[in-house]
Design a protein around this ligand. Structure first.
Ligand code: ZN
Length: 520
């Protein structure tokens, strides 16, 4: 989750202050741990809110990760590791949601309450309406769900991803962008003999995907090794403008390719002086500019294909789903009830068999939590029912609203994988999503951050579909409020944007009931 802010320096300030706040909090937790053996740590903000609602008010609960951090990409600091070590119990959604917690899963004090810990109901009702893209993912989902838990290869693979992501992130935190918005969207290596080649950019549906685009060409056969230099060059102000029919060579300087609006396509000549491997880094996916011709051709007009590219073409191999477990389970309130029951059971184990009174209070608190969540489920159904049935579609950047869609009968369409990694973006996905938005007559897109990501803005422009004024919070809590208020916010944003009418007042009453439980 990225709360986002229109003003970069304000966002930075907020982040700075919230970090120092959690820093102080973590020291407090260490001291409390020594004094009180009952200290409970909850890793994700949403998990923390749920544990706080269930655990006895006398039990100290420490939230490990700040609300403003992106749990998909967070790293555990040495101090947080210290806090985790001192805890009596640790509750987490698990590594599917929070990859950084992977090393703590073997700790006997760690209790996973996420997707790998609960039984997920299968909603089969409206699957036939779903897109092919979604169907594949679902099949994948159920196929790996039951037998892939111990597959550590997946996890290792996963770690590489997040490590790479992190470097990327450090560069981009300044403008408050979330995942998937690096300085290049695509890179490809071509094995080329000396000679001239043509790289063309075509209008798709009467428009270029962008009026201009940056490109860097380097003499390199290794995308990863050249990535840093390429990013530096792409971000540098020292670039060279090129127009239709201009010549491009491998050099340590970025080109700004400017497209000719009066023509249906703009072509550049790539001159290769010495045979070998060349890496091309582009600000947009070259496929976004493909009408009916392949974008790269040799002098005789034959297609030239990359020998390696990032993002990789997926084919029928869904590694981008990281084992296929969607961690965003709480968007279905019934799943929060199941999470709560896991929490309650584990808290109960720590209460002495003879302490009947405490056990009773815990049971009552769990029942109160469940009753609010049942009411939230009913309330959500009532709100969604006001949306015209042909408009029940949620289009967002990363694949996080599937459970919501399944529970409440909306179709969820997204561009990126469960963790929002842009490495999962495939050219087929973009064109499939664009085609689907047109076919489905989608009226609005939902941003997951403010300002909306570049990816979503591109999609909005390419499909002439507006972005909803308010963002939705797909990865947990909002900067303020609780588990219920974020659900109410999301539902009202979705319902009101899709032509329904939301009873926010009734939703807020549920959020207030929840607040009485989390008070410490
Ligand atoms: Zn997510």
């Amino acid at each position: 989750m990225k709360a986002g802010s229109g003003n970069a320096s304000v966002a930075k300030l907020l982040l700075g202050s919230s970090l120092s706040a959690s820093f102080v909090f973590a020291i407090g937790a260490n001291q409390a741990a020594q004094a009180n053996s009952k200290t409970i740590i909850a890793v994700e903000p949403l998990t923390c809110d749920l544990v706080s609602a269930i655990a006895l008010p006398s039990t100290p609960v420490t939230c490990l990760i700040d609300r403003k951090q992106d749990v998909h990409d967070v790293k555990i600091t040495p101090r947080q590791a210290q806090t985790l070590k001192s805890a009596n119990q640790v509750f987490t959604l698990g590594s599917e949601m929070t990859p950084a917690i992977k090393n703590w899963l073997d700790n006997p004090k760690t209790v996973v309450v996420g997707v790998s810990a609960i039984e997920i109901d299968e909603h089969h009702d409206d699957h036939d309406d779903h897109s092919t893209a979604k169907h594949d993912d679902h099949d994948d989902h159920s196929a790996v769900k039951h037998d892939d838990h111990d597959d550590h290869d997946d996890h290792d693979d996963h770690d590489d991803h997040s490590a790479a992501k992190h470097d990327d992130h450090d560069d981009h935190d300044d403008h408050g962008d979330s995942h998937g918005d690096g300085s290049f969207e695509w890179a490809g290596v071509f094995d080329l003999s000396a000679g001239t080649y043509k790289w063309s950019f075509a209008k798709v549906d009467g428009d270029y995907a962008d009026p201009a685009m940056k490109m860097v060409i380097l003499k390199s056969g290794d995308i990863e090794a050249s990535e840093e230099l390429a990013e530096e060059l792409l971000e540098s102000k020292n670039s060279e403008v090129k127009r239709n029919n201009d010549k491009l060579v491998a050099q340590e300087k970025a080109y700004v390719l400017t497209f000719n609006e009066r023509k249906d396509s703009t072509t550049f000549t790539v001159e290769i002086k010495k045979a070998g491997k060349y890496a091309f880094f582009t600000e947009h996916m070259p496929f976004e500019f493909e009408a009916d011709e392949h974008f790269f051709k040799d002098v005789s007009g034959d297609d030239v294909e990359p020998i390696a590219q990032v993002p990789e073409e997926g084919g029928d191999h869904h590694h981008h789903d990281h084992g296929g477990l969607d961690p965003h389970i709480w968007h279905d309130p019934h799943n929060i009830i199941k999470m709560g029951n896991v929490i309650s059971k584990n808290l109960n184990k720590k209460i002495s068999f003879f302490d009947r009174e405490t056990k009773k209070v815990l049971k009552e608190r769990t029942q109160s939590v469940n009753s609010i969540l049942e009411d939230l489920d009913q309330w959500t159904q009532n709100q969604v029912a006001t949306i015209p049935s042909d408009q029940r579609k949620i289009v967002s950047k990363h694949k996080a609203m599937e459970y919501y869609g399944d529970a409440f009968g909306l179709k969820a369409i997204s561009l990126l994988d469960f963790l929002g990694h842009s490495s999962s973006l495939r050219p087929q996905t973009i064109s499939a999503v664009i085609a689907e938005l047109k076919k489905e007559n989608v009226k609005v897109l939902f941003a997951e951050q403010q300002p909306p990501s570049k990816l979503l803005r591109n999609l909005s422009r390419q499909t002439s579909t507006p972005i909803a004024k308010q963002q939705i919070f797909v990865d947990g809590l909002m900067p303020t409020g609780n588990t219920i208020s974020v659900a109410v916010h999301n539902t009202c944003t979705i319902v009101n944007s899709l032509g329904g009418s939301c009873n926010k007042k009734a939703g807020n009453q549920l959020a207030n009931r929840w607040d009485t439980l989390t008070k410490r």
